[in-house]
Design a protein around this ligand. Structure first.
Ligand code: ZN
Length: 306
């Protein structure tokens, strides 16, 4: 069961692919605007596939005040045009399946938003680095995928799940991820929605759920997704790079999107997330991870392609 948490305000969506900027909702006056950082370059430079799905446009998100996206819970910021989609992937990074998803997206010269689990990021930082290197947008999906509406959790524990998730992704990447967050199981406790607003972190529900985690095979992932998409005509699609059936379904799903006239929109933040030092420290302490400086270079730097 899912619980709607109401509407989130503020935040701006800017179109930056064409050089034309517009603001859908101005950021509140006087709000702290995180220091702008160079946005990752759109991955559209050299596409070897002439029939690739590609990237139709790039939108930059001002996450001031914690805007919410995805009509299943947040209905204010409707920025997608007809037949536009945003591809999103949860619960990684994970061996085999995440690299398989990356391979398909690279072949289609397109990108998505990845919402990794903090613990998984500490298990497989090298896979998460590959996600970043491929030009995808990376947010967070809590430290341990705890359902934050669970009444047994204190408010501090819920905040810790959120903050340690971002700190773990930062540790794995060696740089701050995007201030983009997705609640596990799309369960939105209102006080954490408010908290994320104070942290200037955007929240992502979805417009359509592929239900890939329930699918019996790859074909079912394709059928469910396309049926919902054809009905809605556009939307933020929720999938899981963690799941084998999703990885298997993705090549055909990309072909179906292209054949159906759908176009991919890439979402990037105006500025990276500002993690909190105490949680950066907790990630190091709790997992007894070595600091980067104490690791041999071979465990830090890997050649992905030459
Ligand atoms: Zn999840």
């Amino acid at each position: 069961m899912r619980i709607a948490a109401g509407l989130i305000f503020a935040g701006a969506v800017s179109l930056c692919a064409s050089g034309v900027a517009w603001s859908q909702t101005p950021a509140p006056k006087g709000a702290a605007v995180p220091q702008a950082a160079p946005a990752p370059a759109p991955a559209k430079a050299a596409c070897a596939n002439p029939n690739a799905l590609g990237i139709a446009r790039v939108v930059e998100i001002d996450t001031t005040g914690g805007p919410g996206f995805g009509f299943e819970h947040f209905k204010q910021l409707d920025f997608l045009r007809d037949h536009e989609v945003v591809l999103t992937f949860d619960d990684g990074p994970w061996p085999l399946n995440t690299p398989s998803v990356l391979k398909t997206l690279a072949e289609e010269c397109t990108t998505g938003i990845f919402f990794p689990i903090g613990k998984h990021s500490t298990y497989y930082p090298e896979i998460l680095k590959q996600v970043a290197a491929a030009g995808h947008t990376i947010g967070s999906h809590t430290w341990s995928h705890a359902t934050l509406t669970n009444k047994k959790l204190t408010e501090d524990q819920r905040k810790e799940e959120i903050e340690k998730g971002f700190s773990a992704v930062k540790w794995a990447l060696g740089t701050s991820p995007s201030p983009f967050f997705r609640f596990p199981a799309l369960q939105h406790p209102p006080e954490m929605v408010t908290y994320l607003g104070t942290r200037n972190i955007a929240m992502f529900s979805c417009d359509l759920d592929s239900f890939d985690f329930k699918a019996r095979n790859a074909q079912q992932v394709i059928d469910v997704t396309m049926k919902k998409l054809d009905k809605l005509g556009k939307g933020i699609i929720l999938m899981h790079d963690f799941h084998k059936h999703t990885a298997e379904a993705l090549p055909e799903l990309m072909h179906r999107l292209k054949a159906g006239g759908y176009k991919v929109v890439k979402m990037i933040p105006k500025a990276p997330v500002q993690t909190l030092p105490q949680y950066d420290d907790e990630v190091l302490k709790d997992t007894k991870l070595p600091t980067v400086s104490s690791r041999p270079v071979s465990s830090v730097v890997q050649t992905i392609s030459e």
